[in-house]
Write a protein that binds this ligand. Structure first.
Ligand code: ZN
Length: 169
């Protein structure tokens, strides 16, 4: 169990599409580390590339809501189908202090492996569907800033430039 460093906007790991996991030897430890890291920084979701790993896995815990009562793990997942739309203000551990309105499907069918490597194709709605789409975006190298309006970008210009410069090697 270990808390990992979360990389922020400007770090190249956030822009590289993640590869499917085919070796599950260390998966238990990776899942533990991801939950430890997510809880440490008060997140509700964390994708592996946010801790610099190119692996198609993310963890979610929205058990503070009534929608879902336990933490969830999504491995090698992708969206099979999306329907409807909804807009919500989203934050991200890799973009501290920033909130962007993002339009998402209101309902998705998601195919993935759970923490026991059991395969599922399941429909998700509401807040959980939004969180899954946010994390799935991470795995595809996408960030909430990609949905930003010109006004958002103006508002956060300084913060984004600062993050970017601190991530330049
Ligand atoms: Zn995020």
């Amino acid at each position: 169990m270990a808390v990992k460093k979360v990389v922020t906007f400007g770090h190249p790991a956030l822009r590289v599409p993640s590869k499917n996991i085919d070796n599950f030897n260390d998966i238990r430890e990776l899942i533990d580390d991801m939950f430890d890291t997510m809880y440490e920084f008060d997140g509700i979701g964390l994708a592996a590339n946010q801790i610099g790993l190119n692996k198609r896995i993310f963890v979610v815990d929205i058990s503070h809501t009534e929608e879902c009562d336990s933490p969830m793990v999504f491995i090698n997942g992708h969206i099979k189908k999306g329907e409807g739309s909804c807009v919500d203000s989203e934050g991200c551990l890799s973009l501290p202090e920033i909130r962007i309105n993002v339009e998402r499907y209101s309902s998705i069918t998601y195919q993935y492996l759970d923490h026991n490597l059991k395969a599922h194709t399941k429909e998700f709605n509401g807040f959980l569907a939004t969180v899954i789409q946010h994390e799935n975006d991470h795995l595809d190298g996408k960030l909430i800033t990609d949905y930003a309006t010109p006004a958002d970008l103006l508002k956060y210009d300084k913060a984004l430039k600062l993050m970017k410069s601190s991530n330049v090697k």
